[in-house]
Design a protein around this ligand. Structure first.
Ligand code: AHG
Ligand code: MN
Ligand code: MN
Length: 318
């Protein structure tokens, strides 16, 4: 049995230095605490919404706030963390002046699913950052990334660069490896998209969805990106929250704490993650809460969409 702790130890001195081992241990501990809070949230009255609106203009749920606080505490307990960046914080928080990393997180992803007891998650990424301006670097610079999915089981996905490992929380509160070196199947006949937004999709997405349906593809949409991603890590598929015709270039999901960590995990598992014409991981961020189009999953399906965007660009040039 390989525990999360043993796994970290096996990479100490390799992909992970002593500081990163501490950071990851604290993040894992934070996800355990969030998992506990979620399990009893209705009993504890942690339902509904607060009266606070975050920097995204979204109303915070009590569990958004609590999860954010738990992760901030994990950063405070890790001396190497210089900055914390979160969906729920207006700007970066300085944690330790002598730190050298930034921990970037979406404390609870899919929080609209909280009160209906559907899987939600925590997404995180660690990058090197000694100065605040270091935070705005492309996703290629990520050192580690992962997510916890809180569903029937609490599972933790982690990549320290190469490979993706899955750990499951056991009854004793320990993460135990349940899948090693996960790979996303290159082909699939399943897509995930919020079909209600079709009027605002561009032609590439409309054509892809129409031809997929004609080709017998099935649709699945949980509306928690972590849960949709977890399905894709297990059996392939494509997730799309594409550009919005009404707002060119933008999307719904945020680059730093949603698209980048998922893109890092997807590529480490042999899949592909694009924003349209370019890889998500190649986007140079311009602000902490920047939104980008997100398309990821099975390599050959994402390649079809990438090619279509490329052809569209060629048509524009011609
Ligand atoms: P968050 O709860 O962190 O704001 O993120 C929710 C995101 C993502 O998880 C999901 O894919 C998408 O929003 C759902 O959007 P719709 O409301 O369009 O279904
Ligand atoms: Mn989210
Ligand atoms: Mn969130």
């Amino acid at each position: 049995m390989m525990t999360f702790e043993t796994y970290l130890e096996s990479h100490r001195g390799g992909a992970l230095n002593d500081d990163l081992v501490i950071v990851l241990r604290e993040i894992a501990e934070a996800t355990r605490q969030i998992s506990d809070k979620l399990r009893t949230s209705s009993l504890a009255g942690l339902t509904g919404a607060t009266e606070v609106t975050n920097v995204q203009g979204e109303t915070q749920k009590p569990l958004d706030v609590i999860s954010n606080e738990i992760l901030l505490e994990a950063c405070r307990k890790s001396p190497a963390v210089a900055f914390a960046v979160s969906e729920e914080l207006d700007t970066e928080v300085e944690v330790h002046a002598a730190g050298k990393y930034a921990v970037i997180f979406d404390p609870l992803d899919g929080s609209s699913n909280l009160d209906v007891n559907v899987t939600v998650g925590t997404i995180f990424s660690v990058i090197a950052a000694t100065r605040s301006q270091d935070i705005l670097q492309s996703g290629r610079g990520q050192l580690v990334a992962g997510y916890a999915a809180y569903g029937p089981q609490t599972t933790l996905l982690l990549s320290v660069g190469k490979g993706v490992q899955i750990f499951t929380l056991n009854a004793a509160g320990d993460y135990v490896m349940t899948a090693a070196n996960v790979t996303i199947p290159s082909d699939s006949k399943e897509f995930a998209i919020n079909a209600a937004r079709r009027p605002s999709w561009d032609d590439v997405i409309v054509d892809y969805i129409d031809s997929s349906i004609a080709g017998g593809h099935n649709m699945r949409w949980v509306a928690s990106m972590v849960a949709d991603a977890h399905r894709i890590f297990n059996r392939g598929g494509v997730f799309m929250y594409p550009a919005d015709r009404a707002k060119p270039g933008s999307g719904r999901l945020r680059l730093l704490y949603e698209a980048n960590p998922i893109g890092f995990l997807v590529e480490a598992a042999g899949g592909a993650a694009i924003a349209g014409k370019i890889d998500i991981l190649d986007i140079q961020p311009t602000s902490l809460h920047q939104r980008v189009p997100v398309i990821f999953g099975s390599e050959n399906e994402v390649a079809k969409i990438r090619a279509a965007y490329h052809e569209e660009r060629m048509a524009e040039v011609a």
